[in-house]
Each structure stands twice: as C-alpha cells, then as structure tokens.
Design a binder for this molecule. Sequence first.
Ligand code: FAD
Length: 422
Amino acid sequence: MARNDVDVVVIGAGMAGTTAARDLTDAGLRAVVVESQDRIGGRISTDHEFAGVPVEQGAEFIHTDKAETLPLAAAAGLELLFCEPAAGYVMELGGIRSPELYADPSLARLGNLLDDVAAFEGPDRSAAEFLEVRGVTGAAWAMADQMLSIHPLGDLHEVGMQGLRDDRVVELERGIDHRVVAGYDELPKWLARGLDVRLGWRVAEVRWAAGGVTVVRDDGEEITANAAVCTLPIGVLKSNAVRFTPELPATKWRALNGLEMGAAMKILFRFDEPFWPEDLTMLAVDGPVRLYWTSLYGRPGAPAVLCAYVTGFRARALSVLSEEAAARVCLADLDRVFPEGKPSARVQAYQRIDWLKNPDTRGAYSFVRLGGAGSRAALAAADTGALFWAGDGTATDTIAAVVHAAHVTGKRAASEAVAHLS
Ligand SMILES: Cc1cc2nc3c(=O)[nH]c(=O)nc-3n(C[C@H](O)[C@H](O)[C@H](O)COP(=O)(O)OP(=O)(O)OC[C@H]3O[C@@H](n4cnc5c(N)ncnc54)[C@H](O)[C@@H]3O)c2cc1C
C-alpha cells in the first residue's frame, strides 16, 4: 500500500509531463502534476487572440509522418492541416533567389549532406569543421548552415556531429509536417483532462531518495510522493533555479554539460494583406533572420500573418533589443527582400516571444554540444532513486527536441515509475 497520498508527483505540465501523468493515472496510480505557469502546455503555447485564429508562439508543427503524436491527435479528434514546406519553399542567399540559386556551382560540394550526417562516423567534430573538411564555401555554406543549424539551434561551431547524427533532427529538413487547426495546445490539454494539475506551483527544491520524493514549492508548501517524474527543461536544470537535495550525481551534471539549451524566438507579424507570393510556405534568407513562414498558410480567409523564426546567435542579438527595436530589424529585413511590397508600411500588429528570457524554459530546445554524445541517455537514466527523468532533453529513441520526443519520454518515465512502485 502506498505510504503517501500521492503515488507520483510530475514536475511540469508540458507534453512530457501531461503524457506521464496520463499514463500513470491510466495505470491506476494517483498522480499530481505541479506546474509553475498558469497554463498547460509548456513550450506548446497557442495565442488565440493575435489573429482571431490560433497562432503558435512555441511548437508549431507535428513533424514527419511517423510522429507518435499523429495517432494521439486523431484520438483527441483534432483536425490537422497538412503542410509540406518544400512545396512553397523559397531561399534567397546573397540576393539570389531560388530556383536560380540552385544553379550556384558551389552547391556541388554539398553532395548528399543529410545522408552523410546520418552516416557520420569517427571522433566528434563540430558541424563547422565537418563542412570545412568537405570544402564547403559560399552559397553552399549558407545553405548547409540552414540545414544543419536551424533545428539544433546551436551555431555550427557549437553543434557536435555525433550528437547531430544521434538526434536525427536533420530528418526534419525532409519536410512533411502538420499543424493542429484548433491550436497545438489542444493536445496537452486533452492529455491533461481530468488530471490533478496544480498551476502556479513553482518547484524550488526536489528532495529525492530511493524511497520517495518531496517537492517543495517556492512558498514552502510540500508534496511528498512515492516517486516523481521530472520534466524540467534543460535550461532550467542548468540554471540551478531548482535545488536538488541531495545534489544530483556527477553523471547527471556531465549529461547537462554535454547539452545546451538553444536560443530561439518568434516575432509574429500581422499585416493588412499579404505581400508575399500566394504559395509561399517558408522563406529562408541570410540576413538577421534566417527563416520566415506563413503561419496561417492553407487557411482560406485567414489574416496575413508572417512568423520570423530567429535562432542561435541571431536570437541572442535580438533578445537584448526592445520588442519594438527587434520588430524594426525584421521589418527592415522584409523591406529588403520584398521592396515592392513595402512590408513595414503594412504591419498592423506584432508580438515577440523570446524563449531565451522565459524563466520556465531558459531557451527554446536542447542540442548536443561538441563532445556531448550520449548525454541525453545519461540524463534519462533511472539512476536517482525514485526520481525519474523525462522531457525533450532526455529523448533517445526519436528525433530529439520535438513534441513527439517529449511525449515518448513521458511514456518511458511513467513506465519506469510504475515498475519502481510495483
Ligand atoms: C519557438 C519554438 C518552436 C518549436 N517548434 C516545434 C515544432 O514546430 N515542432 C515540434 O515538435 N517541436 C517544436 N518545438 C520543441 C517543443 O516545443 C518541445 O520539444 C516540447 O514542447 C518540450 O516538451 P517538454 O514537456 O519536454 O517541456 P516543456 O514543454 O518545457 O514542459 C516543462 C514544463 O515545466 C515547467 N516548469 C519549469 N520550471 C518549473 C518549476 N520550477 N516548477 C514547476 N514547473 C516548472 C514549465 O513551465 C513547462 O510547462 C519548439 C519549441 C520552441 C520554443
């Protein structure tokens, strides 16, 4: 019989936490979810006001046709919108736009870049060194930079090739995505239906042992359970914002040192009307922003919303500016790319979502640093008594650092906790 009222306390109500709590509850255990924010979803955050239709501030796509969240969305009865970015993908580098850009002779050096990343062998090296050895320069370098560092979020010299291979994030470059029409946040909310989720419950300390775990709120309130699942983002774990007592073992700190929380921000713009080609899905450029996309593509009659997706050092640079100054940078960039459209004269509203400054994530999502291969598995390992680990930073079986990765880790940690308690 359980010693505590609570069998398992789950820290965080993002995709990993809601998945874990759902599975624990379905297994007949009493689970409580504690969440610092006043909403469910974590890095899934949908704005239902900005455009009158749902627009994503964080995760946007269900990536690939193999995502474990596709059947989940079907079970939740959620309508999906298929989007194949490659269909309306435009790239402009050095003022030359695709398809003319694809005739650039430097591109021959790229070869089968994605396949070669997937097959990478040998001692770890940075993605920058990997490209240098291949003799990649010019437009090919800018294109490879897009392909290798838009998803890992680290800059080329920070991203390790072994981790890039293991994370399989370059598979996302092959396209096939879906958006959730009613908003991505419907998915974790559906998982959390009927669960005991305590919002505004900020964990300050986790006391862990083999026999149980106590989580301590920032106001001193405590919940003691027979086990816990921690889904705190890598950025939060690395910041020491939550104290672990006893201190986490060296294996966990080594794992955290091998990972980094990448910087990403979205600046959403609503315009009076579109100034971009009708079939544009994604626009890859080489200015202060590397990627723009049409957030409401494929929704007839929807407002003209464009998302500036800013990552890596560019995101860190825009993060220190005011929201207005950062928006001005993007608008000047758009004026450069669409001189006839005069985007800056058409803007009606904008909103910056800076995940680097969010105290509940301290970055957008994780990547494996040079020399950090194996860190996700070490963080995921069930080697801290009754405290189990989930969250996208612990993903090893799927493409890492995406929503379906978080979902799979929640399932894994829940089954570990069930096994521990039985
Ligand atoms: C801008 C952006 C775009 C993205 N785009 C995509 C995409 O298109 N497709 C995709 O699949 N993935 C995307 N991702 C990645 C995806 O959002 C994440 O991989 C996934 O949502 C992580 O889920 P999680 O449960 O592991 O973490 P989280 O969602 O971060 O959940 C952790 C929870 O812990 C809570 N928490 C933090 N500190 C405390 C504390 N002290 N006490 C209690 N609770 C705390 C947080 O508030 C949060 O709710 C994107 C992420 C960002 C930021």
